[in-house]
Design a binder for this molecule. Sequence first.
Ligand code: ATP
Ligand code: MG
Length: 556
Amino acid sequence: MADSELPHRPKPEAPEGAADAAPAEGAAGPSKSALKKLAKEKAKAEKAAARAAQEKAQAAAQEAADTAKGLYGPLPESEDVIPSVKFSGLTEDTHETEITVVARVDNARVQSAKLAFLMLRQQGQKVQAVIAAAEPISRQMVKWTGGVNVNSIVQVTGIVKKPEIPISSATLSDIEIHIRKIYMISEAAQMLPMQVKDAERPPPETTEEGQVDADGTPLVTLKTRLDNRVLDLQTETSQAITWISSGVTELFAEYMIKHGSRWIFTPKLVGTATEGGSGVFEIKYFKRKAFLAQSPQLYKQMCIAGDMESVFEIAPVFRAEDSNTHRHLTEFSGLDFEMTFRHHYHEVLDFAENLLVFILTQLQERYKDQIETIRKSYPKAGDFKLPKDGKALRLKYMEGLAMLKEAGVDVSEQERYENDFTTAMEKQLGRIIREKYDTDFYVLDKFPMAVRPFYTKPCPDDPTFSNSYDFFMRGEEIMSGAQRINDAKELEASMIAKGVDPNQEGFEDYLNAFRQGCSPHAGGGLGLNRIVMFFLGLPNVRLATLFPRDPQRLRP
Ligand code: ATP
Ligand code: MG
């Protein structure tokens, strides 16, 4: 080693307190004991400096002798961009081949000076990697690898081997990557607010923090998980749930487009609270007030009046309801559709039923792996029952009411047609229907007019009821829809009957849409978050929502 490369010995710093001990000018000299102390401290500092220098020199020498130099550490600028392999592509065919993967470190463990293990994670899937010191891989490289902070993102190049014993803690238990190179792509902080693996299991039912289960594993509450949602999204379960969400919208759009429907985008900033004042968020809009849309209802219908025949939208829906339940959000993703029909609104209802049967059966087919993953944490995932003949079960509201009555439920209020079923009644009806018809998906048709909004078409033969329907999954509502009034005069009368002022600002444009003539039409509004929640049997709608908004939560 050239002299200039030798670490120079730093000047020992004056020990602390030395200045205080120095004799002040004109004062008497320091005492003998003070001098002795000073000398002792000086010697100590010199020794420490010498030791530090020696360690530095040793490290430099080691680095120079490191046979793995350039095979680990920061990603060298000269490193070519190698296509990285997805874990899902690591089949048996890849055994004994060299691959490069980019993944998070789920866990790092040093076994000995010569051996370390990494559990790598990619979109929730885990694969084990191992590094053993053997030329050119040095002990330093093993130590560095085993010391990588959990959750860091690394690029690993290695040989795929079949482990002698399957690795049960890995998703791909028949794969082990024998590391040849490892580079840091993005380093994680040393302390994580929550371990990703601890968020893999369902949250406890209570909100109390610091709980552990029988084997001492921390139970992470829903609050902690949602507060740290980015980490929570990294779990295998969350990854799979977000794929199901993506799948529902994909299938909805696919079916609509296949049937000639047009994808629309309606405003969410509106000038009028269209569907009742209490559930609407009021916002400042320059010098006036505006509102966040509670549904695209009026716009969907105006598109029909605009000769668009069949339209659909996937967009946020805002509800200013202080409902703190397992299924209510203040902002959710709405899947809406509206279409014309020729003779009877059941043409649209048939369509909507087939749409849902398509979405739910295709989810079971195309997202099998994700459902299987979710089932490990939420056992109800995968047991969703669909009608065997592929046709939705349709009952009349009154038939549902009769079934509840027969089961001994007090439905006297509902029999006066002024109140809809309560959540408890809906759930019970869901259980009765599952028992009797072996399905978790069904439709109730012909709701009482009194429980539906002003734009709903009453039943022509009995105006106590209406041409309206709700769809249910596991006994809870996922969609409301109806035939809409398409005659301007009838619409105006219905508004007045429901206590809605037709002269209120904003309704003029809506009513005008029908004054020029508009084909009979019907439609519906679905909640994406609820479909995902009930399809998978999740206990809370927030688990099926990326960044949930509820009366208590506006972050992250
Ligand atoms: P609920 O009776 O459950 O409060 P709703 O009848 O008020 O629902 P609609 O206005 O009919 O709801 O909305 C249509 C669909 O939108 C519902 O069937 C549901 O899937 C979804 N939805 C409605 N409100 C919410 C909410 N607060 N959070 C999540 N999804 C909702
Ligand atoms: Mg409803």
